[in-house]
Design a protein. Structure first.
Length: 71
């Protein structure tokens, strides 16, 4: 018998932890952003991070996020 569910749960948990850390780094960077252009780029990165978090491990949704938020 193959155990798939615990493996995908672990992958999802690691993904969520990574994306939360990314969000924390983006929040910190926004505080020290030197100009409006930098803040705009950070805002786009935040939107991409949120989209990826919502997408989880759904490859199609991840690709949609990349297409939508990557210049």
């Amino acid at each position: 018998m193959i155990k798939i569910k615990p493996t995908t749960d672990t992958a999802n948990n690691l993904l969520n932890q990574s994306l939360q850390q990314s969000q924390q780094q983006l929040n910190q960077a926004k505080k020290t952003a030197p100009d409006a252009q930098s803040k705009k780029q950070l805002s786009q990165a935040e939107k991409l991070t949120a989209c990826l978090q919502d997408a989880g491990t759904d490859v199609t949704k991840v690709e949609e996020c990349q297409a939508k938020f990557t210049p």
